[in-house]
Structures are given as structure tokens and as C-alpha cells.
Design a protein around this ligand. Structure first.
Ligand SMILES: [Zn+2]
Length: 278
């Protein structure tokens, strides 16, 4: 293995950690008015690129990722998947279907990898936030718990479509699980809460888990609450669930976007660029 073949990511960074850091890097580059730049990133799979595009709802070209999908880009890849991802991300990104729509099995293997246990990332705190209270959960119990740490900015009743559910959970896999999830989350309206943190410190996976524990028994699907635990997915979910007009992230969190970009680069082991285009 030559130096150029070595992955650039730091030890201890898992697969999901890597793609959520790339998503957050791109979102905060946009928030800071920088051009998207992931120089040095070596995706493990073309599906990593698709995930970032599909989650944001933006084509690969807008996110500066299209060159990574060119033939010969250095990535452990299957050419059928590479070509499929080019098609799926060239305009408004679309989902290939629960099993990846290819016979090769790469999509499912990739989804399993993305959902495997891995070390957690210490994410920078935000002021803006979003939570979705799932069908069957008592809204008042959730708002009581969240109100300790957040002001509830807006309360939106939202009837999710299957397309919305796919945008929220692009990497869900297994036909039975996916169809059960679609049926549950579209069975009755959910409530979307946009949030403003009283102190921009409490976020992340452990916070969401503590709310779920306080609400009592749940399972992988019926777990009361959807709440992104990192900046990139917060930006995505505010747009998807509260609408493109929602400007909480820009209003409260764009001021520190440049610092977060530097932090993600450090965690990803990417070089700091020599100059930043604005
Ligand atoms: Zn494949």
C-alpha cells in the first residue's frame, strides 16, 4: 500500500461518522458562503455520495461531488452502482428502492455497514434544532421534556409521504422493515417541532436517547422521536420537515459555520485549503 492508497480518515471514525461529517462539512460550507470542497475525501462506496445528495435533496454537481463518480475515480466500487448513482444524483436526487435496484447486492451491504455500531462523534453544538414526534406518541410528554432545554419555535402537523420517509432514512434496508416503517410513519400525521436551544450544548445521540428513555418503552421503529444529532442532518431535516422557507439554521447557526468546517476537516483528516473562495 502506498501513501496515496491510504484512507485519509482518522482512526476511530466509522462509516456513518465519515459520511455524516462530509454532509455536515458541505452544509456548513454552504452556510459560510464557501464553495463546496471535499478534496482528499475517499468515499468507500458510490452510495456514500448518493446518501449525501439524497439527504440534502441537492444534485452531486451542486455539492461538488460529481467528479468522484467519474470512471476511474479511486473508490472500491461496482461499476453498475457507480453508473446508477450518477443517474440518481444528476438532477433532484431520487431513491433506488429499498434494495438498491441492482442485482449486485452492494446497496444492502453498504446500508448494513452504515448502520453498524461505531464510535460516536462529539458534534459541535447548535442553537437551531428539529424534532419529529412519531405517530402514537403523546405530544405533551415530548414537549414537556424538550422544553427543559429548548424553546419550541414552531409546531407543525405533517402527514409524511413515503418519499419523505425515504429522505429521512435513506439507508434503511430489508423489504419487510422498510414497508413496516413506511406504513407506520404514514399511518397518521406526525408533529414537527422546530427548536431553539436555551444553551447550545445539549444535542447528539445521547440526548435523543435520554428523551426516548424518559418516554418509556419503544422499539427500533416505534421509538417516539426522530431528532437529528449532527449539524448536517439538522439542516436537512429543517428543510424537509419544516419547509424550504425555514431559516432557523441560517439565523442562529451560520455565524459559527466556518469554525465547524475546520473542526470537521480535522476529524476527517482532510487538509485545510490554502485559500477559501467566497
Ligand atoms: Zn453494485
Amino acid at each position: 500500500m502506498t501513501a496515496a492508497d491510504r484512507p485519509t480518515v482518522r482512526a476511530g471514525l466509522g462509516h456513518r461518522g465519515q459520511v455524516t461529517l462530509i454532509l455536515s462539512l458541505l452544509v456548513d460550507q454552504l452556510s459560510a458562503g464557501q464553495l463546496p470542497d471535499v478534496t482528499g475525501w475517499r468515499p468507500r462506496s458510490p452510495w456514500d455520495i448518493w446518501w449525501v445528495c439524497f439527504r440534502t435533496g441537492l444534485p452531486a454537481s451542486t455539492l461538488g461531488l460529481a467528479h468522484l463518480l467519474q470512471l476511474g475515480a479511486r473508490m472500491a466500487e461496482c461499476d453498475a452502482c457507480r453508473r446508477l448513482v450518477v443517474d440518481l444524483t444528476s438532477n433532484a436526487p431520487t431513491h433506488p428502492g429499498p434494495d438498491g435496484d441492482n442485482e449486485c447486492g452492494c446497496f444492502t451491504a453498504w446500508a448494513v455497514s452504515l448502520r453498524s455500531p461505531e464510535p460516536q462523534i462529539h458534534w459541535p453544538a447548535l442553537v437551531s434544532g428539529v424534532a419529529m414526534v412519531k405517530p402514537g406518541t403523546e405530544l405533551g410528554a415530548v414537549t414537556d421534556l424538550l422544553s427543559v432545554d429548548f424553546e419550541i419555535h414552531e409546531r407543525i402537523t405533517r402527514a409524511l409521504t413515503v418519499a419523505d420517509v425515504r429522505r429521512l432514512y435513506p439507508d434503511a434496508y430489508g423489504a419487510a422493515f422498510v414497508s413496516g416503517r413506511d406504513a407506520y410513519l404514514t399511518s397518521s400525521p406526525s408533529t414537527v417541532l422546530t427548536l431553539r436551544a436555551k444553551t447550545p450544548a445539549r444535542a447528539g445521540t445521547e440526548y435523543k436517547r435520554s428523551i426516548r428513555r424518559a418516554l418509556g418503552h419503544g422499539d427500533l421503529l416505534r421509538n417516539h422521536l426522530h431528532m437529528p444529532d449532527n449539524p448536517g442532518e439538522t439542516w436537512c431535516d429543517l428543510r424537509l420537515l419544516a419547509g424550504d422557507h425555514n431559516d432557523l439554521y441560517r439565523r442562529y447557526d451560520s455565524g459559527h459555520a466556518t469554525d465547524r468546517v475546520d473542526h470537521y476537516r480535522h476529524l476527517l483528516g482532510l487538509e485545510q485549503p490554502r485559500s477559501r473562495a467566497r
